[in-house]
Design a protein around this ligand. Sequence first.
Ligand SMILES: Nc1ncnc2c1ncn2[C@@H]1O[C@H](COP(=O)(O)OP(=O)(O)OP(=O)(O)O)[C@@H](O)[C@H]1O
Length: 232
Amino acid sequence: MKIALKDISHSVADQPILANINVTVGSGECLLITGRSGSGKSVLFNIICDITRPQQGHVLIDGVQIATMTALQYARFRRDLGVIFQVSALISNLTLEENLLLPLNRHHSRLSSDEKRQKVWEICQQFGLTQYLDKRTDRLSSGLASLAGLARALIMEPKALIWDAPMAQVDRAWCQHELELLKHLKEKGTTLVLCSNRQELITRLADHQVHLGFVDELTLGSEHAAQAQKCQ
Ligand SMILES: Nc1ncnc2c1ncn2[C@@H]1O[C@H](COP(=O)(O)OP(=O)(O)OP(=O)(O)O)[C@@H](O)[C@H]1O
């Protein structure tokens, strides 16, 4: 999936946060969005996921503006984009299995119940979550909830994965595991968009970087400014 941000500018509560962001990331590439706390990473994340529409500019998916997509194109975009939020977006009063079945029921309605449950089982095996399948997700520890969020995003085998704060809330061993997983997804051709300042991601995965900052850091434009660059 090719994701292009064209001339994106956006204010929150009359405060300019994003100014003229232009960057394109293609299949098998990784775009890293960096910047210190409050610089607008989550605002941009929400724009790419189409939770927020930008006040200026466009997001194009495989050359088509999200804002002008047909219902079918939009449904495909939602199906093919895996999203992992900074804070777990699992439905707390459902079990882990019920949470993982939700995207399959929505986007793979042609699969039989047994096939869907098999997919859920396989992804849980991959993440060591099978023993929690019957547990309500508000009873999971934050580390397990973050794994469950990852499983829910990947169960759809997305063409693109957008992840706010990978390698956060997990121990060192799991950080390494997440890094390897991201590398593997990239090699498979998945488009990655990651919001993070982790140096390991910058040096090992990023093909493109958008650094969101303030004038004192960048001496560009207004209070908030962005620099997009291609990584070597
Ligand atoms: N709903 C909102 N109402 C008012 N201000 C907001 C809202 N959402 C974000 N902001 C402001 O927009 C700016 C950017 O916020 P954002 O959450 O995108 O930063 P961030 O780079 O993701 O920070 P962090 O790394 O701490 O998660 C901040 O100044 C924040 O206070």
